[in-house]
Design a protein around this ligand. Structure first.
Ligand SMILES: [Zn+2]
Length: 337
């Protein structure tokens, strides 16, 4: 079993690992910022921390959390910045540099544009434009190709949020930088009845890829609805599907790719300590999957470590060799050389 157990494991960081060509299809921009950059920006923006939040204790998640909610503690402050335009540049530069250190050649970065608009006191259209510029410049510096996935949060305002994001996307002339839509957030939460059809319409009308965080907290039915109702091309995490042979058959038949985040899945408890990771089940049932890092800055790991973790969970060197091709095949970005 993988030792994401909390003790220091002699991790020398990604730079020490042998780095081949990798691709990243499931990474949250604010979860990919190195801790030192987070601290610099908080200081620069004189951010008032929420009561009881202690940076040294609460910013990183390196040991298994008691619950998904506990794992998400760092987001109490990750959603408080960047308020300054230049700090958006700064965090993008740092996040993309880390991805480059992990051999990432292309990445689909996901981010919440509406949070950014609120923080920067600008319109969603301006926020999206800034995000395109900042991530694009940072990626170019590292020789990485990047696409953007716009994240919608589950809950009552999901439909309004999606409509607002799509309007911003249209206002900017449907830029190629935006490649997909994501639904994230608490899987126990209800969402407006029309939300799935709005996702499907966006897919049909704009050709955007759809990825849905589903089956991370044990709800296999969320994976099924992601495929059947939202028209998902990919599933984020999807660990609950591992125990449902019918669902795995559906994933394989519909050619829906699971974004497997091995380190994150252990830290959140999506895969309990005493259980095997469903990766082996996915492979046995012919379910396509890609290995991803989810929130590498918060884990203080990188995609290299997630690849190592996947091998510790039972994947072979041969499986790992296919990963770059798999990522190309299931990426929402076009014409990847
Ligand atoms: Zn995620």
């Amino acid at each position: 079993m993988l030792g994401v157990s909390g003790e220091e494991e002699g991790q020398d960081g990604p730079a020490s690992a042998s780095v081949g060509s990798r691709a990243e299809l499931h990474v949250h921009l604010n979860g990919a910022i190195p801790a030192s950059t987070v601290k610099d920006i908080l200081a620069d923006e004189t951010t008032v921390l929420p009561q009881g939040f202690e940076i040294e204790r609460d910013l990183l998640r390196r040991i298994r959390s008691k619950s998904l909610a506990a794992y998400l503690t760092p987001w109490q402050i990750l959603r408080l910045f960047p308020r300054k335009r230049e700090n958006l540049d700064r965090l993008c530069v740092a996040a993309l540099a880390n991805l480059a250190a992990n051999g990432v050649r292309f990445v689909e970065l996901r981010s919440s544009v509406l949070y950014l608009a609120t923080l920067q006191k600008c319109s969603p259209t301006q926020a999206l434009e800034r995000l395109i510029e900042s991530t694009g410049d940072a990626a170019q510096r590292q020789g990485i190709r990047r696409g953007l996935i716009l994240t919608v949060t589950r809950g009552d305002y999901g439909a309004i949020a999606l409509a607002t994001l799509l309007q911003a996307y249209q206002d900017l002339g449907e830029p190629d930088d935006v490649v997909g839509l994501d639904l994230a957030g608490d899987e126990e939460m209800a969402y407006p009845a029309q939300l799935p059809s709005l996702f499907r319409q966006a897919k049909d009308r704009f050709g955007l890829g759809i990825t849905i965080h589903a089956g991370e907290t044990g709800r296999a039915e969320n994976v099924r609805s992601a495929i059947e109702l939202f028209g998902a091309n990919r599933i984020g995490h999807g660990t609950a599907a591992g125990k449902d042979p019918d669902l795995m058959e559906l994933l394989a038949k519909e050619n829906v790719c699971v974004e497997v985040c091995p380190i994150s899945n252990r830290l959140t408890g999506a895969v309990p300590a005493e259980e095997a990771h469903p990766l082996q089940e996915f492979r046995r049932h012919g379910v396509p999957f890609v290995i991803c890092s989810d929130n590498p800055g918060i884990h203080q790991r990188g995609l290299v470590d997630d690849h190592a973790a996947a091998m510790a969970e039972g994947l072979s060197v041969g499986d790992m060799r296919h990963q770059f091709e798999m990522a190309k095949r299931y990426s929402f970005m076009e014409s990847l050389a």
